[in-house]
Design a protein around this ligand. Sequence first.
Ligand SMILES: [Zn+2]
Length: 603
Amino acid sequence: MANPVLPSSGVLSPLGLDAVRLSPGFWGDRVALNREVTIAHCQEWEEREGWIGNFRGERPRRGREFSDSEIYKLLEAMAWADHPGLPALAEIVAGAQEGDGYLNTRWSGSRYTDLEWGHELYCYGHLIQAGVARLRTHGEDTLTRVAVRAADHVCRRFMEGTQTCGHPVIEMALVELYRVTGTERYLEMARRFVERRGLPALADIPFGRAYYQDDLPVRQAQVFRGHVVRALYLASGVVDVAVETGDEELLKAVEAQWERTVARRTHLTGGMGSRHADESFGEDYELPPDRAYNETCASIASVMLSYRLLLATGDVRYADLAERTLYNMLATGVALDGRSFFYANPLQVRVPAVPLDGVNHAPEGGLRSPWFDVSCCPNNIARTLASLPAYVATATTDGIQIHHPTPAEIRHGELAVKVETGYPWDGAVTVRALTGGRGRIALRVPAWAAGARLTHRGEVREVVPGYAVADGPWRTGDELRLELPMGPRWTFPDRRVDALRGSAAVERGPLVYCAESVADEPPLGDLAARVAPPVEHHVDGVVELEVAASLGGSSEPSGWPYGHEPDGRPSGADAGLRLVPYHRWGNRGPATMRVWLPVGAEE
Ligand SMILES: [Zn+2]
């Protein structure tokens, strides 16, 4: 089956790319654009930057020490997308593999001399994930043989001892290779990498061992901490190991860490990571909108983890967070033309970014760039969109569960259904039986959708957040209709989030909204919004919102930004403030932006 994650047990079973086919719509359009534009864009840049040339032995070697991994992520994207460029690129990679399976264009000749920062096992992890994708979509070929040889080399070199890699990902890759090949040593190697972490296995560094989750054994940790991508890739691998070894205690540990992290260390967009210096979470409630880091890769790692936890437990909260993250982070990370990308995703940008020619050397957010010196995010987006249909729905012995409503055809067993919806702009979701058959159909009702209604066989009933279910048998043409209430809603932060006190944001459906100001539009630095129902405007198939806000005033700032009385609201008259979906911001050129709007003192 073609799915990035195929656990041997769990409450829910994955469906493959062959079972879920997306039609034109919010995600179907993005998946098609990814296949037609983004994958080729990434390959062109990797060739131009010399990262592919490294595998041909071109010297001097170019790119960072982990640049090999970008080619592997691209190969994974090509595998899921059945892209014709894969075989030729795989041959180039194969040419650099050494006789014993070792493969790294940076460290060949000085193997494993810097496990803390060298990323050799990390690169194998992405290579193995690409190999798994190819095995599941095509079968054995050059790429899969390269990946298996590398995995065998890793097992020979690392099975004994105490070592691991500074950047996790090898763990989940090896478990998946075990799942597809049945070779138990891959699972055992992954289990050992997980258990070694925190003993400790790596050297202390100026950021501290928490940076690479080597401060505590994973079973003892209370929360995700340190470098966000490392933390979430590790947690994904831990779930995989826990599921395959039947280790309930280990699974529970990750669930508890997820719960605490979501409650205290997650931005409204689903983004994670508040510190730029070490790309880390930051402390509980440290969620500054302007200094938010929220790396695009971290959001992808979060979706990967939530999906694994959803499969293992069937708990709807994991699908809810995945939805928030997909619509407000993954969709934000790539421009509408598929050719430029955000690395960091702050929730406020005070000064319009200055366009740079070509590579963006300061990926701080503010303007999407066609490429980065560290281009993890574009390739990560490419592989995730290429495999996105896998995340849409799951199955059980008694039916299917649709977690993310988007136009699609879904087949499982004797049941085939067509999903029709204008979601996320419209809350009506129709599921129509394309064949007759038995089975229960479950539709996720998001946590924000109180008052949703389900229509089945002419009967309308209110359904609560969780899963709305309807039982067959189904005849061809039978319909199930879910109506999610899509009215805009004001959202307020927990008072412990100091950086957001006195502010509110607007959400509609799964989308977070923001104010955006380009060129000569009114500035967003000094405003106060009124907490009153926003007005909807339908513009070219997109729902924009308008709220009343005082946009600045006549008072000049004093010479000192502090005083002895609380500051009042700006003195300007109320005007309409236009809000756009956060994922669309930054597509009209350099702009200022804010998700969190100060609300007046009287509110
Ligand atoms: Zn990244």
